[in-house]
Design a protein around this ligand. Structure first.
Ligand code: SAH
Ligand code: SF4
Length: 349
């Protein structure tokens, strides 16, 4: 698909015509990754963060949140719960928290890998090559690090460097790949200042980076951040990408068409923006993964990247039941095993 066609789809609002896009993405998903939906248990292990991203409630300058860091024993209990619920992957996510020490996590990864059959995904922000290397050697399988936007001027504006430490997530993604991680990235849809043309570039970059996993979610303003109030985008009328479910579904569909065998989640932000049907919509336009939240409830409400995440706090077994029903209602089935990327030819990467 070329740029022109991609732009056309992003701007298209005719439901009849859009049906062709949804069908095309659904077919690409079926041929690329089949009917299974993989469940990844998500554990939000710390909400401390040294960064000051303009979009995120966990930013260091936000003093209105109550910070926590889970203990190794608490995280191990979540891993056991993931196994009990039949999940094949555990995702450990946090703010960029350098108090999560490399050696501490090496021991934890070693323990989880030795005592469970889980694949382990990390999403801990921008860490040093030495840390990433040590965690890979300890058994971590995958790493998620969104590049957020391919427009470097916009990126610099909303994702400040940390002193002399220049943020280069694209270089880190290439490093992660070299270290042998299955690598995931992605963007937010509708960040103030995001043009349609930028979103097209984002999707081409998914293809160029040959990502194993692609996470796309709507931008949800957090009131205690610089992008929390209605911020003028500075773009000419009609150029700003809206932060809607429909636009997110278009981006998911196009990502699936350019990367048929990637793992693409129906993201939490989609589920938060439309609690009733967000996940089902994403699953029908290209997504094949859901990440049920296993974080203990009293921590989960404090992991407030954006508002609304804690509105429907449900115990893991309860949301697990609902998610399985949703998947069944779509005629799909829950995947068994780790569900890593199957490169064309059927060999697990
Ligand atoms: N600290 C890590 C992981 C946690 S943030 C990191 O930054 O990679 C995970 C993702 O949440 C970010 O990559 C970003 O895309 C998304 N996010 C942050 N603030 C958001 C907001 N206000 N609305 C929607 N998504 C947001
Ligand atoms: Fe920290 Fe990640 Fe939020 Fe940025 S997006 S402030 S790195 S938690």
């Amino acid at each position: 698909m070329d740029r022109r066609e991609m732009l056309h789809w992003l701007r298209c609002e005719d439901p009849e015509e859009l049906r062709t896009l949804w069908e095309r993405a659904d077919r690409a998903r079926r041929e690329g990754v089949g009917e299974t939906v993989h469940l990844r248990g998500l554990v939000e292990i710390s909400n401390h963060c040294v960064r000051n991203c303009h979009y995120c409630g966990l930013r260091a300058a936000n003093h209105r949140i109550d910070r926590y860091r889970m203990t190794a024993a608490e995280i191990v209990r979540c891993a056991e719960q993931a196994v009990a619920l039949g999940y094949g992957t555990l995702v450990l996510q946090s703010g960029e928290d350098h108090q999560i020490e490399a050696g501490w996590l090496v021991d934890l990864i070693g323990h989880i890998k030795a005592t469970t059959p889980l694949a382990l995904t990390l999403s801990l922000g921008e860490r040093s090559e030495a840390d990433l290397r040590a965690w890979k050697a300890a058994g971590a399988d995958r790493y998620l690090l969104r590049f957020e936007t391919s427009n470097m001027a916009l990126y610099r504006k909303i994702h400040p460097d940390r002193g002399d430490n220049i943020s280069d997530r694209l270089a880190l993604l290439r490093l992660l790949r070299r270290l042998g991680y299955e690598t995931g990235s992605g963007v937010m849809v509708g960040i103030p200042g995001q043009h349609f043309a930028t979103l097209v570039d984002d999707i081409f970059l998914f293809q160029e980076l040959d990502l194993d996993m692609i996470g796309i979610g709507p931008f949800i303003p957090h009131p205690d951040t610089p992008l929390g109030q209605a911020v003028p985008s500075g773009l000419p009328k009609g150029e700003q990408v809206p932060a809607t479910i429909a636009m997110t579904c278009k981006a998911v569909a196009l990502a699936r068409i350019v990367r048929p065998d990637a793992n693409i989640p129906a993201t939490t932000a989609v589920a938060v923006m439309d609690a009733g049907s967000g996940r089902a919509l994403a699953l029908q336009c290209g997504a094949n993964v859901i990440m049920p939240n296993l974080t203990p409830l009293h921590y989960r409400e404090r992991y407030a990247i954006y508002p609304g995440k804690a509105d429907r706090l449900e115990a893991a077994d309860q949301s697990d039941r609902q998610i399985r029903e949703q998947i069944g209602a779509l005629g799909r089935r829950v995947g068994i095993g780790q569900g890593g990327r199957l490169r064309r030819g059927g060999r697990a990467a």
